[in-house]
Design a protein around this ligand. Structure first.
Ligand SMILES: [Zn+2]
Length: 413
């Protein structure tokens, strides 16, 4: 009978509209901006209500519980360190306390929390056609060294392993270098800027002189206008920095989130976090851009892992899944997989616990590692993009050691 069916469909429509409206009403929590010394802040409580996400604030100096999924938003009073959806995420400004309330800067709400919590809502995500992979260093610039090899070779190998994975997903891949030669930082950025609908992913390994035990992953995107970088010390609410920002910093932050959750969720290394820096390649690129530091060459265990080709393949796979998730954001219109999702998935399908043990043996047996780089000719399309001279005739300017250490300086042990 047609009538009741019609009635049911009307009812269903009314019900659906109600659900839709109530969810909008739920999200429409009013923002209550609190002025502190002329700067805008929002209370953690306000932020928590807006997103409908439980938040926790621990006292100044206390440690956050990083393994709980009870609080997707975790803050420390007086600190820039936060855990957002299970991954360490560095705010631009410390959380401050006023009248019993914990306050987060408006800059961080807009530039850090929003793109991390709702990367799928970042405007102008666009369609990604090209991934520009940038293996750090090259040629005379070896990057950091471990007893097993040089950063430039490990980074190139990860990029080479990652390229076919992305190509298999229908993405065009351009490498800023294909072999062991140096490419100036501005040329790397120019390559990304010249490619159509591109994103830029720079691959590095870390090192520090300060703490031989330092380990873990960290990822950087460009510091927003008006904010200090993560490695800047003594930051307070007055540390405004008027260097220009990037028009795509929200997209870059979303890309950071997608890649970092995948890498951290699939390789159990220490979580150093999602950070901001004004590195040249991030400053000069006009497209969504990140720089990932894939572990420390100065720490015994991690440098052995990095020297293992299976581990590097796993790393490449994880970066690839992160990129794929970023590409899918505007299509799926939902957040990417998070650290906890990957770990849950790994529990149901355990993967390769043998890599760590195998690595120790292989490294001790002097792993030949990466074969000598033989590809000297750059990708033809790359030459078209930036011109042969940009790639092939650079004076070998030695990189001052301080640049590398600033780039890598860990801000937590
Ligand atoms: Zn590097």
């Amino acid at each position: 009978m047609p009538l009741p069916v019609k009635r049911w469909s009307v009812l269903a429509f009314v019900f659906a509209s109600f659900v839709l409206l109530s969810s909008i009403a739920f999200a429409a929590v009013e923002w209550q901006v609190i002025k502190v010394n002329g700067h805008d802040y929002l209370s953690v409580d306000n932020i928590s209500k807006f997103y409908g996400l439980p938040a926790e604030v621990v006292p100044s100096g206390a440690k956050i519980q990083t393994n709980t999924t009870d609080h997707p938003l975790e803050f420390i009073n007086g600190s820039r360190e936060a855990i957002i959806n299970g991954a360490r995420s560095w705010l631009c400004f410390p959380v401050i306390e006023q009248d019993g309330k914990s306050l987060v800067s408006r800059t961080d709400l807009a530039k850090t929390i929003e793109p991390l919590v709702r990367p799928h809502r970042v405007p102008d995500l666009g369609k990604i056609e090209t991934v520009v992979l940038d293996p750090g260093h090259g040629g005379h610039d070896k990057g950091q060294m471990s007893r097993y090899g040089a950063e430039k070779d490990f980074a190139l190998d990860v990029a080479r392993k990652l390229r076919p994975l992305l190509q298999a997903k229908g993405l065009k891949v351009i490498m800023t270098r294909e072999g062991d030669y140096f490419v100036p930082l501005e040329v790397r950025a120019k390559i990304a800027n010249s490619a159509r609908n591109s994103i830029f992913v720079s691959i590095h390994f870390n090192a520090t002189n300060d703490d031989p035990k330092a380990t873990g992953f960290e990822i950087f995107s460009f510091t927003p206008r008006g904010a200090p970088s993560t490695s800047d010390t003594n930051v307070n609410e007055k540390s405004f920095n008027m260097q220009p920002g990037s028009s795509v910093d929200a997209q870059s932050m979303a890309l950071s989130a997608c890649i970092y959750h995948s890498v951290l969720g699939q390789l159990p290394e220490y979580d150093r976090g999602i950070k901001r820096a004004r590195f040249a390649v991030l400053r000069l690129t006009k497209v969504p851009a990140v720089l990932i530091e894939c572990g420390f060459l100065t720490e015994g265990g991690e440098s052995k892992l990095i020297s293992n080709k299976d581990w590097r393949a796993k790393l490449a796979g994880a970066i690839g899944i992160g990129i794929e998730n970023y590409q899918a954001l505007p299509v799926k219109k939902q957040p990417p997989m998070l650290v906890a999702d990957y770990r849950r998935q790994a529990k149901s399908t355990p993967v390769d616990p043998s890599i760590r043990e195998a690595t120790v043996k292989e490294a001790d047996a002097s792993d030949p590692g990466i074969p000598e780089a033989t590809v000297k000719e750059a990708d033809a399309s790359l030459l078209q993009l930036v011109g042969r001279s940009a790639l092939l005739s650079q004076p070998p300017k030695p990189r001052p050691a301080s640049t590398a250490s600033v780039q890598s300086a860990p801000i937590v042990p």
